[in-house]
Design a protein around this ligand. Sequence first.
Ligand code: HEM
Length: 157
Amino acid sequence: MVSSSFFFLHVLIMLSFTVMVFSDLSNDFYDDVCPEALPTIKRVVEDAVRQERRMGASLLRLHFHDCFVNGCDASILLDQTETIDSEKTARPNNNSIRGFEVIDKIKSEVNKACGHPIVSCADIVAVAARDSVVAMQSLSMYLDVGYNRRSKGSVEQ
Ligand code: HEM
């Protein structure tokens, strides 16, 4: 419960930041152009989290690391080329950031559902982060509690 609230708080902060920077964004943008876009992202994310619970955390982190360099522009998805100095392989990300295959699956399913590539990668990464946190909220974990009674430590601890 505590961990899912923590993730939820972080994703809210990240998404509010995105909205503040791009104030012409709206939460019904895809309603007319492709109403299936957001439900499709949600479905793929829920499948991915059901298969591997950690993916919920990984997609949130992917969004955070995308926003860290030059805003939330999906630049983290770009591969290294002669002209692109990829964020993917930068030291904090290389072999550490996860979830690229889920984003690829979302892109392909969303393009199929909409009939053409209308949904931006930046939107996909942001919505996937939100939906992964929501998907995690239906999961829980066991915690060993009762620390104060069992502990031999001092009150200051
Ligand atoms: C500058 C501040 C931060 C630093 C230095 C930091 C550092 C790290 C490190 C070292 C890891 C472990 C990576 C690994 O095992 O390969 C990690 C994992 C993680 N971080 Fe951060 N982090 C920061 C901020 C954040 C923020 C703001 C969020 C949420 C929006 C976040 C969400 C996560 C999550 C969910 C994981 C686990 C990812 C997974 O299991 O795939 N971190 N972080």
